[in-house]
Design a protein around this ligand. Structure first.
Ligand code: NDP
Length: 284
């Protein structure tokens, strides 16, 4: 079984560089998918309140029978519970949402708690982030971070002695490699985590440039893309409900992309996102 490298977050916590994502997995399918992933060797699971599968995810974790402390569990705060981002009620709303996530997951802590989506049009993050800092301080979230933040939104948190987010989880794949944001993260000690690391498994995996690298190593295009993430220092969380793909996506060690391979993967970049631009997008 593969030994997946870890990234040391800015608070010293080790996070596996490869995890398992469960967006768009129905709650009643999530337990089987998560159990299959853990049995295949994954030790990091990424869910969110808004995925509405925290119950199934928690059940899958328990069914797999691996001790909780050997797993790295991420969930995320959705916006709806925190409509009043700038008011004092923001802090209390976050703590309520967090407790509800723990209850659904059936655990008493998470390894990483993220603000799922920035809402620059709804004011400052002060009260929200204060609650995240409290959760980090009391250990109910071993690390805290954000998702879909750009440099401007990160800038709000990086000032005034606030806790530096451990992670920013953003859209990132060979089509949209986020080089500038990654450099910004590196400067500030924020780890980069890639969502849709396989470009949602569509055109990207059919790119001839990837097929060539895959053939050279006797691997699949998905394995090459995940290897590219790992060698780029990025944390990747591919999703699949197909057992053979769950296993395939975990078998990404035991080969190395050389500089030419890395350049071939990077050559497919288009600079286009699959998802919306988070900084201008309001879900509510
Ligand atoms: P991925 O890039 O992980 O692609 C998933 C898709 O690719 C599925 O349709 C899957 O099909 C298919 N697939 C998986 N493995 C393979 C393979 N080896 N060969 C061919 N096809 C494959 O996309 P996601 O958007 O799901 O992103 C991954 C995770 O990132 C999410 O599950 C979630 O945890 C997180 N995320 C976070 C967001 C955020 O705002 N913070 C936004 C979006 C995602 P199948 O399942 O049928 O096998």
């Amino acid at each position: 079984m593969s030994t997946i490298p870890s990234i040391t977050l800015n608070n010293g916590l080790a996070m596996p560089q490869l995890g398992f994502g469960v967006w768009q997995v129905a709650d009643d399918e999530a337990a089987t998918a998560v159990r299959t992933a853990i049995e295949s060797g994954y030790r990091s699971i990424d869910t969110a309140a808004v995925y509405e599968n925290e119950v199934g995810t928690g059940r899958g974790i328990r069914e797999a029978g691996v001790p909780r402390e050997e797993l790295f569990l991420t969930t995320k705060l959705w916006n709806s519970g925190t409509k009043d981002w700038s008011g004092t009620s923001g802090r209390d709303a976050v703590l309520r949402e967090f407790d509800a996530s723990l209850e659904r997951l059936g655990t008493d802590y998470v390894d990483l708690y993220l603000i799922h989506w920035p809402r620059p049009m709804h004011g400052s993050y002060g009260n929200i982030w204060q609650a995240f800092e409290e959760l980090a301080a009391d250990g109910r979230a071993k690390a805290v971070g954000v998702s879909n933040f750009g440099p401007a939104e990160l800038g709000h948190l990086l000032g005034a002695g606030s806790l530096v987010p451990a992670v920013n989880q953003v859209e990132l794949h060979p089509y949209f490699p986020q080089q500038e944001l990654r450099a910004f993260h590196a400067e500030h000690g924020v780890a980069t985590e890639a969502w849709s690391p396989l470009g949602q498994g569509k055109e990207l995996l059919g790119e001839p440039a990837l097929a060539k690298v895959a053939a050279k190593h006797g691997r699949t295009p998905a394995q090459v893309v995940l290897r590219w993430h790992l060698q780029s220092g990025v944390i990747a969380i591919p999703k699949s409900v197909t057992p053979s793909r769950i296993r395939e996506n975990f078998e990404v060690t035991g080969f190395e992309l050389d500089a030419e391979d890395m350049a071939a993967v990077a050559s497919v970049a288009t600079g286009r996102r699959i998802g919306p631009d988070p900084t201008g997008f309001d879900w509510n």
